[in-house]
Design a protein around this ligand. Structure first.
Ligand code: ACM
Length: 638
């Protein structure tokens, strides 16, 4: 009993001191430099918050509210006495720091957060992360340390597709909060799609009256054969709501980049204004119950996923329409960048259209790819004239890049490499390197429906972490065009905020680190074994969903041999591991892992170790399997 009590006490202190013992003080993304001193700053009731620059008042208030959640009542003061223990927020000296950079200096009498604007905001984020989790005035202390930090990339992005599924404003704010905590600074809001136009445009009310509503949603996988659910699915953001998001993001040093897709993925707009199509009158209805492999060109807000042939025609009507739309968009979004899509625009309709063929001749263009380039360049010129710049998916390279375009490389890194060689700015978001967060996180059968079947495109946090956005094939000059990295969340199979959370966590932590932390500090072991567990444990307490990692130390696949010792570690502070060796699925009723497993496998036999991780709030990992094989026939393992 006594022993049990003692180990419980030890565990309590280990958990609370966890962040402090880590070389990175538990911070994600890992800072550039963390130098620990001896001693610590002990919080007592006398500690005050010193902040005398009105520009920093909001950050002071946020810190005050945060401290209150720890039971600390911090008074904000403009001056402190020499003997008073203080947390000081200051911008003095911040001009010497790199862009968005900050310092945290903790000594026994003083905590100093130094930075200006985003820099001070990021100092606050790091400071909140290094504070112990427990609430215990008089018992909270932080190790003395000096942290110097600044980002590797100026662009650190996260995307959300609200076309396939619509998410409420409250959730968009939560998404932005996550970005802010992890120092991501560009929210790419994918607002228009074949399956829904989601932003109010006052000059074209049918875009939302018609374009924001579809009559059903495909059931199960695409192409599939389950038909649609025949239920109306709709939603859009008013301009006032979009402005609210822009302001909410700006207060957290996040820029919102709207995406208005052209010339493809425009079915919803075409359904509202058929003049935008090469064939306003052509309508090939989609057959009820069809497997969706035939023509899918119905002029409707689409009910299935994939790519549709009916794209915007490059007519004067279309250009005027798009310019009017963009006028309203730029009035809402102050972002320097406007994303104009450009991906997945089939050329079938343009090939069949007399108008398009005539235009190709008139403009002296070679083919439909050059016609797309002509389309994009006209839009770019218009937006450049308004002081804005375009970002396009890497298809905008085909037929010639628009002169000032930034390329978002998604079909691998090839487009990004080519664009950098052509001296264009590049944002890396390759689906092949783990940055498509709509891909599944493991091959286990427990995973929910996601895009990419038959094992294609599995991406776990380690794959994301291992990605370096700057390709080795570029020379030093070309490498400078890689401005940053982003992960994308397409939502064909993501219907709810909870599933969004499941898909982004913990991968978004890895994204944050590859976007911020210098390459030389990359350390998957420290990330996954010291810090991930702490951050996931925090999410577990706040009712946020996430993908629960498998036990640390469990070998993947098959391990050969007779005698095995398997040492596991929980991937989440406070979570438990349960296991079986009898072929049954583990649950909380299986054996709990408490000490290294010593497993003997007789000659010619195999045993399967199956584990599950269950968090304090009851979240469960997928079942992870390791086959221990001592001369039995080869087995295929997940
Ligand atoms: C894309 O994933 N179609 C950019």
């Amino acid at each position: 009993m006594k022993k049990l009590f003692l180990s419980a006490v030890t565990a309590f202190f280990m958990v609370s001191a966890y962040a402090q013992t880590d070389v990175n003080m538990g911070i994600i993304p890992a800072p550039v430099s963390v130098q620990k001193g001896s001693g610590s700053f002990v919080f007592d009731k006398s500690v005050v918050l010193l902040s005398n620059n009105p520009k920093n008042a909001k950050i002071a208030e946020t810190l005050q509210s945060f401290a209150a959640t720890k039971g600390l009542n911090l008074k904000i003061v403009k001056a402190a006495t020499a003997t008073q223990k203080v947390i000081e927020l200051t911008s003095v000296g911040a001009n010497q720091l790199p862009d968005e950079g900050y310092q945290i200096k903790i000594t026994s009498n003083k905590i100093k957060l130094i930075g200006k604007d985003a820099g001070l905001f990021y100092a606050l984020q790091s400071f909140m992360q290094l504070m112990p989790d427990k609430k215990h005035v008089g018992a909270i202390s932080v190790s003395n340390v000096e942290i110097n930090d600044y980002p590797r990339f100026s662009y650190r992005g996260l995307h959300l597709d609200v076309g396939r599924h619509f998410f409420p404003l409250s959730f968009i704010k939560k998404y932005i909060d996550v970005m802010a905590t992890y120092k991501l600074n560009n929210f790419h809001w994918h607002l228009t799609e074949d399956q829904g136009w989601r932003i109010e445009i006052k000059k074209y009310p049918k875009l939302t009256e018609i374009g924001s509503s579809r009559n059903g949603t495909i059931i199960g996988v695409f192409p599939g054969s389950g038909g649609t659910d025949n239920e109306v699915y709709k939603g859009y953001y008013t301009q006032a709501e979009a402005k609210e998001i822009v302001a909410y993001a700006a207060a957290r040093y996040i820029n919102v980049i709207p995406e208005i897709e052209l010339p493809g993925h425009g079915s919803a707009a075409i359904a509202a204004y058929p003049q935008l199509s090469s064939f306003p009158d052509r309508d090939t209805p989609i057959k009820e119950g069809a497997p969706w492999s035939g023509p899918r060109t119905g002029k409707q807000v689409q009910q299935t996923w994939g790519v549709f042939d009916d794209i915007f025609v490059p007519s004067e009507y279309t250009f005027e329409f798009l310019q009017n739309v963009l006028d309203e968009v730029i009035a809402i979004f102050p972002s320097k960048y406007i994303h104009i899509g450009g991906d997945e625009a089939p050329k079938k309709y343009w090939k069949e259209s007399e108008f398009c063929q005539q235009l190709i001749k008139e403009k002296g263009l070679k083919d439909e790819h050059e016609l797309q380039s002509y389309f994009i360049q006209r839009i770019e010129k218009y937006l450049n004239g308004k002081g804005r710049s375009i970002i396009g998916w890497d298809e905008i390279l085909e037929g010639g890049l628009a002169p000032n375009a930034t390329v978002m490389s998604w079909r691998g890194e090839k487009g990004g490499i080519e664009a950098a060689k052509q001296s264009h700015d590049v944002l890396m978001t390759p689906s092949t390197n783990g940055l498509y967060f709509d891909h599944k996180q493991s091959l286990a059968e427990d995973e929910p429906l996601t895009i990419g079947r038959n094992g294609k495109g599995v991406s776990n946090f380690a794959k994301v972490y291992n990605y370096n956005p700057v390709p080795d094939v570029l020379n030093e000059e070309q490498k400078k065009y890689i401005k940053g990295v982003q992960a994308n969340l397409w939502t064909e199979y993501i219907e709810t905020p909870s599933k969004v959370e499941y898909m982004i966590f913990p991968r978004v932590f890895a994204l944050s680190e590859i976007a911020w932390t210098p390459l030389a500090k990359k350390d998957l072991k420290n990330f996954s074994e010291e810090r991930l567990s702490l951050h996931l444990a925090r999410l577990d307490k706040t009712g946020t969903n996430f993908w629960v990692p498998m036990p640390i130390g469990q070998p993947e696949g098959e391990v050969k041999g007779e005698d095995h010792v398997i040492t596991l570690q929980t991937p989440i502070t406070g979570a438990k591991i349960f296991y079986t060796l009898d072929g049954f699925r583990p649950s909380e009723n299986a054996a709990e892992y408490t000490a290294p497993l010593k497993i003997n496998v007789p000659q010619g036999k195999k045993k399967v170790l199956k584990t599950i991780v269950i968090t304090p709030s009851g979240k469960r990992s997928v079942v992870a399997e390791t086959v221990l094989n001592n001369g039995a026939a080869e087995v295929k393992v997940k």
